[in-house]
Design a protein around this ligand. Sequence first.
Ligand code: GLA
Length: 674
Amino acid sequence: MPLPADLHPDPGCWPDQLPQEWPASGLGDNRAPFFVPQFADGTEAADLRFAAAEVLPGKYSLLGLPAFWGGGETLKVTLTDPAGLTVYLYYGVFEDCDLITRAAVLENTGTKPLTLHGVPSAVVDFARKDLDFITFDGEWAAERTPHRAPLRPGVQSVGSVGGIPLHYHTPFAILCAPDAGEATGEAWGAALVYSGNYRVQAELNAAGVRLALGIEPYHFHWTLAPGERFTAPEAAFAYSAGGYGGLRRCFHNAIRRHLLRAPWRDMARPRPVLLNSWEACYFAFDEAKLLELAAAGKKAGADLFVVDDGWFKGRSDTTSSLGDWVADPAKLPGGIPGLCKKINALGMALGLWVEPEAVSPDSDLCRAHPDWALHIPGRETLAIRHQYTLDFSRADVRENIWQQLTAVLDSAPIRYLKWDMNRSLANVYSAALPTARQGEVYHRYVLGVYELQERLLARYPDLLLENCASGGARFDCGMLFYSPQIWTSDNTDARDRMLIQYGTSFLCPPCVMGAHISAVPNHITRRETSLAARAALALTGTFGYELDLTAFDEKTLSELAVWSAFYRAHGELLRGGDLYWLCPPDTEKRGAAWAIVTPDGSEAMVFAAGEVLDGRSLPLPFADTQADYTAPDHGQTFAGTALRTAGLPLPACEGDFPGFVLWLRKEETAKEKA
Ligand code: GLA
């Protein structure tokens, strides 16, 4: 029944009933505030009004911050508040992959200082209420499991206050229609291009759903003097009516084409097959052991040998030496140059592990500069994994680490660097900033990390950088701007990896996921899985090895060499293809099937693992019904119609977590032949 006119609220007078492009608190929009400026008179309200809009050629970039690049044009919208604040909203358009990016620059246009207590990167209001919220959550060794639930009234959010995104949540979320699934239904994805404290927040309210994402407001206070500007990190959005499979392909294309940078963005450039020393020997090695391992790696087809943690002065466990980036003479008498020469003589390149942001209390660096670690004056500093975090908001601290890193990298042709970060930030206080500016430290820290990685890439343009954070605790679009691959998880068990890589793949393409074949029983889960399953998961990633190959006989090494050659032969397909989850894993991790298909459909790699290998047939939705397909490695031919409808017959496999990999090639259709 309609209400009497004088009782009916006039929507024009209720700002919280209207969609807003850049909502501010304090002036009638009573939804959860994210943008909170504080003016010199104590006001925490902004009255931003449209002032101008222009379309600029090319995609905007953000000074000191990672951002998608190379898009067609930029929409710039200017909003002003006469109290002394101007907000520039930037919209980047990537037509080739259906991606819109957003960023905001805030300028103090007044005559007195202004403090920002919360700045979203973007806010999007949806005029509908029936949406599900999908977040990607977990813990160490179990990162990014998708969790989906209908939105409840009020605010639901994920985020981090640990200085890096951490294992628990991901700076990426999806809103979707209740009927959306892998291949159908409407889905909207939002990713933050940022690697520090963040919040992704969805609010179901009377008007619909508000999605907001940006830097977490906890301990964020940024003061702008008159004329100064603050740049909020970028957010990226995609939409698909083809479910989260469609959404996934938008993000994958955008990341591969417009976030990764030269030379590794070029999918045609092969990534090396990598052998990492960590699970092979942990800290227990000397040069002889490393050379023996590398020689076995060569036989298994590896191109790059990576010495993980433990190569630097006095480091024999986690209790010391972080911050002293010189080779341990006891382990490596010829230093890094000596080791590199010997590795190169085996026909392999050398890579190294470092943890530049960390310092051990027991290190020369910490003894010389005890105030360089983040610490709150008068309070005990928390050591996690026996280590502190260097104050990367400080240029002098970064410069010291830069000098040490470049001394190592200049001493020998090092082709790869694994940049690790093994703890959350705590005791966040910088000795270099005044009391009133301590709320800037978390963000300045992230800017410091970005600056150092940018400097590295500028000086060593061919260096392959792989980020890592206790496994996958900093796996975000920000880090992907600097490193084309990130270590996905410390858990290398194929069964667990299936779910971790599935969750990660909602945003990220396989070619950025660090993935290695490791030993069985697995070091973390003690589980046995087949070599084929471990290979299938490694091929759906950067492919490499992480196990003691010196324990293997020649026959086993040559079996591994076949997988290495397979990765090399199909690298372009695996790195550049479209990913389809044909039978996604459930949380019980019983099994899954997936495929990677060249964008033109000419080739496909079909994978299966676990219980799905029970003799069933797997329909391939990408199969061309007009064409035939061959499996050249098995001498089989299939009709496209049969693959699409009846499906590809999978073998019935016995044993521990079986795996299956099949390369399919489309034959010319009768029409093409004619
Ligand atoms: C972290 C990484 C591992 C390994 C160790 C070394 O846990 O995730 O891959 O590099 O550090 O200490």
